[in-house]
Design a protein around this ligand. Structure first.
Ligand code: F8G
Length: 237
C-alpha cells in the first residue's frame, strides 16, 4: 500500500512499544504515542490499560472503564506495572532525557516543563521516548539537565529505558554499554540521514526497515482512532 504515511508508520512503531505488556498501564504523552497505545490495545494487547491522565481508565473510544484518580497513579508508578512514553527536548546516547531547561543550569536560555514525573518514572518502570522531529539539537551527546535518568547513571533494578521512536527511526539501548543503537529506519529514510540528524555516533548493526502497519491497523487508525487525520500534522510525510 503505497499511500501509507510516515505518521502511520510511527503509530505502528509506537504500538510495538507495548508488545507483551499485558495488564500494564500505558501512559503515552502526545498524539502519535496515544494512537500507538490504543492501536496496541485493539490488536495485540487487549489487557493494556489506558488512562486519561486525570481520573479515569478509558477504552480506545474514550468510554470510561475504570477509576484511576491522580493520586493512585503514584501507586502504579511505584508498583512498576506502567510503561510511559514521554517527550524529550533532548535525549542523549545513554537515554538521559531533558524536559527541564536548555543551557547552563545557573542561567538557562530556556525554561521548559520542569522535571515532572520523569525521574520517578525512569527509576520505577519501563520508559520510552517519542521525538517527532529527530534532529541534532534533540539527539544530543549529553543533555543539559537530566530529567529522565539514563543508563550511565546508577538508576536501580527497575530502570528500563526501552526505545526511542522518532519521525525517522526506531532506536534502543540493547548494546554492551547501553549506548543508543539504530534498530530500524522508516521506509524512505537512510541510515546516513539518521546519523546526520544525530549528534553522537549511533551503534549501527543489522538495521532493518520499520514495518508498515497491516491493513487491519490502517483501517483502525483511519476510521476509528484518528478519522480527522491529526497524525499527519504531527508527522508530515
Ligand atoms: C530548545 C530545545 C533544544 C526546545 N535546544 N532550544 C526551545 C535548544 C525552543 C523554544 C522553547 C520551547 C507520572 C507522570 C507524570 C506526572 C505525575 C504522574 C509526568 C507524577 C503527571 C504530571 C506531572 C512527563 C510527561 C512529557 C512531555 C511531553 C512534549 C513536548 C516537548 C516540547 C517536551 C518535546 N533541544 N528544545 N528549545 N511530559 N511534551 O526553540 O524556544 O525552547 O520549546 O508520568 O508528568 O507533573 O508528573 O516541549 O518546548 O512527556 O513532548 O512537546 O515545552 O513545548 O515549545 O518546543 O521558540 O521560545 O524561542 P515544549 P518547545 P522559543 S511524566
Amino acid at each position: 500500500m503505497s499511500d501509507i504515511t510516515r505518521a502511520e508508520v510511527c503509530v505502528a512503531a509506537c504500538a510495538d512499544l507495548f508488545a507483551g505488556a499485558g495488564e500494564t498501564l500505558a501512559s503515552p504523552m502526545g498524539l502519535i504515542p496515544s494512537l500507538g497505545a490504543k492501536l496496541a490495545r485493539l490488536t495485540t494487547e487487549p489487557d493494556l490499560l489506558l488512562s486519561d491522565g486525570e481520573a479515569f481508565l478509558l477504552t480506545p473510544e474514550s468510554t470510561v472503564e475504570g477509576w484511576l484518580p491522580y493520586r493512585k497513579v503514584f501507586d502504579v508508578v511505584a508498583h512498576g506495572r506502567r510503561h510511559v512514553v514521554m517527550g524529550a527536548n533532548q535525549v542523549d546516547r545513554f537515554g538521559n532525557q531533558n524536559i527541564s531547561a536548555i543551557g547552563d543550569h545557573a542561567k538557562p536560555t530556556r525554561q521548559l516543563l520542569g522535571f515532572r514525573g520523569a525521574p520517578g518514572n525512569t527509576v520505577n518502570h519501563r520508559t520510552s521516548y517519542w521525538v517527532p522531529r529527530h534532529s541534532p539539537r534533540v539527539l544530543v551527546e549529553a543533555v543539559d539537565v537530566v530529567s529522565g535518568v539514563g543508563y550511565d547513571r546508577a538508576a536501580g533494578p527497575f530502570h528500563d529505558v526501552h526505545r526511542v521512536v522518532t519521525n525517522l527511526a526506531v532506536l534502543d539501548f540493547d548494546t554492551p554499554d547501553h549506548s543508543m543503537r539504530l534498530v530500524s529506519t522508516h521506509p524512505g529514510v537512510s541510515v546516513d540521514e539518521v546519523q546526520k540528524q544525530t549528534s553522537f555516533p549511533l551503534v549501527v548493526g543489522e538495521v532493518t526497515e520499520t514495518r508498515l502497519p497491516t491493513d487491519e491497523e490502517l483501517e483502525l487508525i483511519r476510521t476509528r482512532l484518528d478519522p480527522q487525520g491529526k497524525r499527519d500534522k504531527e508527522v508530515p510525510s
